[in-house]
Write a protein that binds this ligand. Structure first.
Ligand SMILES: Cc1cc2nc3c(=O)[nH]c(=O)nc-3n(C[C@H](O)[C@H](O)[C@H](O)COP(=O)(O)OP(=O)(O)OC[C@H]3O[C@@H](n4cnc5c(N)ncnc54)[C@H](O)[C@@H]3O)c2cc1C
Length: 522
């Protein structure tokens, strides 16, 4: 089995300052296209592939009014160069999607196009560098305004450049708050710095005014048209071989699938959410890829919880809602960390980890981890679940990640890259943020010396072995391999390496934030 795509660990990108921060765009009078007074507005969708609660789409339709038209565009912002080349060093380019996320994107765009058609709209697909594509498209259709919802990754630098270009050309260019409950710069410590510890961060979020109600989607769009690519030409789906059968069985990408998932969770899942740490219990929402691609907004998720609370909940469910919302808070926390630490994927947040003696990954060991053949049942179950479905239960993610970085002493970036390629919810902030959390090198991270014992974790969270049996049916037979490493010895080696790193870095006290206060660890 080889990588689904060749994604590479990139060297550090230079730090970049927040730019498209949404402070109101300079309002410029809408330009009247020559020869016609019917305005064309462009709505540029990115990680917000939905109609409901989409402020940019709403603004585009409103700006077009009854006489104008709206052009909805998605740009595949893939650089032309291969994955491991210049675009990874370009702080304005989004990270090229992994294979599982490309599968998701294809189906999500197909669903979006169909949903838009149902209200008269049309989805135009373009490919290239956004700073080139968007202004050129605006020129081509003689647009008077361009709208988008803000993103908080390094790609916001491109948005800022585009906003300046459009504004200079006399267009209205406006961005909106849509994809996080709290934009990163709105939640800060008393000293005006970003939070580095989750608990006070989330407390500060909860002290803010409650998130707004979601906006309704448009009921009618008058489409402006322009030539575009055919979705199939983007070749986002795997063909040789087609390994996506398990993804198809597991997921329904698109806005409708997202709302169905939320409804199912609010109906049955929430009451069982306190069992979310048990991978066989199915207690979690499975909303992460839908949130990742913006098929549902966090405001809609919040509203579902608010309505359930208003309708009345028993004690357990009421408790579960608070826990669930705090998990949504972790998504926001990681987004705010990436916002202030653009090199999150490449660099240890704690510089002393730069001296950690990671071993050179042993190809056979790494392959055994990726393919679920380590002989450690919970690790193998998780890695096979990931390969088959494009997701993995959260607790098991922590276990397999700990096994890689501690028992196998492999650099967290190697595991992060594999997850990036295989997860349907692979997220530019949450993936490296969580990997650094497990590795101990991140903000508010689990201390490195907390080494998950996969056997104890299985006893605690999969006591009847249902999850392991489901993914590792040969467990307990002669076909199942012996353990790749001895857990006790490798744990001792990991702790020795950690102590050596600390000694070399001159760290003797407990490091600040060695709290391991991730809610799921307790
Ligand atoms: C090594 C590792 C890598 C991870 N990579 C990703 C990733 O690339 N993308 C991703 O969305 N999540 C990632 N997670 C976090 C978490 O595992 C998933 O968000 C969760 O399993 C999704 O399942 P759910 O939607 O049923 O979660 P629920 O428990 O129902 O949580 C609701 C929502 O909260 C958010 N959330 C929950 N836990 C976390 C968390 N720890 N960090 C950030 N957001 C969270 C997700 O958006 C999720 O959909 C990673 C965790 C680990 C340990």
């Amino acid at each position: 089995m080889s990588n689904r795509t060749t994604t590479a660990v990139a060297p550090a990108a230079s730090a970049t300052l927040p730019t498209d921060t949404g402070h109101p765009a300079r309002a410029v009078s809408p330009r009247t296209p020559p020869g016609t007074d019917a305005p064309v507005s462009i709505v540029w969708l990115r990680n917000d592939l939905r109609l409901a609660d989409n402020p940019a789409l709403r603004a585009g339709v409103e700006a077009a009014g009854s006489s104008g038209s709206t052009l909805v565009v998605y740009v595949l912002e893939e650089a032309v160069a291969p994955h491991d080349h210049a675009e990874l060093h370009d702080s304005a380019a989004p990270r090229p999607l992994g294979a599982a996320a490309r599968w998701w994107l294809h189906h999500s765009l197909a669903a979006l196009a169909s949903d838009l058609r149902a209200v008269g709209g049309e989805l135009v697909l373009r490919r290239g560098t956004a700073v080139e594509v968007i202004p050129a498209l605006a020129d081509e259709v003689n647009a008077s305004a361009v709208f988008w919802n803000r993103r908080y990754t390094n790609a916001r630098n491109a948005d800022s450049t585009i906003k300046k270009q459009l504004t200079a050309a006399g267009l209205r260019a406006e961005s909106f708050h849509a994809n996080l409950l709290n934009e990163p710069w709105t939640v800060q410590t008393g000293g005006g710095t970003p939070f580095r510890v989750f608990t006070p961060y989330w407390r500060a979020c909860l002290a803010r005014p409650e998130p707004r109600e979601p906006l309704p989607g448009p009921t009618s769009i008058r489409a402006a048209s322009a030539p575009g690519d055919a979705l199939n030409d983007w070749a986002l789906l795997p063909t040789d071989p087609d390994w996506s059968g398990g993804l198809r069985e597991t997921w329904t990408p698109g806005e409708r699938g997202a709302h169905e998932r939320l409804a199912a969770f609010m109906g049955d899942g929430l009451a069982a959410y306190h069992r979310r740490d048990e991978p066989a219990a199915g207690g979690a929402s499975m909303l992460s890829p839908h949130l990742r691609f913006g098929e549902i907004s966090p405001f809609t998720v919040w509203e579902a919880v608010r309505s359930a609370r208003r309708a009345g909940l028993d004690g357990q469910s009421a408790h579960n809602t608070a826990t669930f919302l705090s998990e949504v808070g972790w998504r926001e926390f990681h987004a705010s960390i990436l916002f202030s630490l653009p090199t999150l994927r490449e660099r240890n947040v704690r510089p002393e980890f730069d001296g950690f003696p990671w071993g050179e990954p042993h190809p056979a060991e790494l392959a055994a981890w990726r393919e679920g053949r380590t002989g450690i049942p919970l690790v193998d179950a998780g890695m096979r679940e990931l390969w088959h479905t494009g997701t993995m239960h959260n607790r098991v993610r922590m276990v397999v990640a700990s096994f890689l970085v501690k028992n196998l002493l492999i650099d967290w970036r190697v595991g992060e890259t594999w997850f990036w390629d295989t997860l349907v919810d692979a997220d530019e902030a949450s993936n490296p943020g969580n990997w650094q959390w497990v590795a101990g090198s991140g903000v508010d991270a689990a201390p490195y010396f907390r080494v998950f014992n996969p056997e104890l974790q299985a006893t605690k969270f999969d006591p009847r072995g249902e999850y392991v049996r489901r993914w590792v049916p040969e467990y307990g037979t002669a076909e199942y391999p012996a353990a790749l490493v001895d857990l006790r010895t490798t744990r001792a080696n990991a702790l020795a390496a950690y102590q050596a790193m600390r000694a070399a870095a001159g760290v003797s006290e407990d490091m600040p934030g060695e709290t391991g206060n991730h809610p799921r660890v307790r």
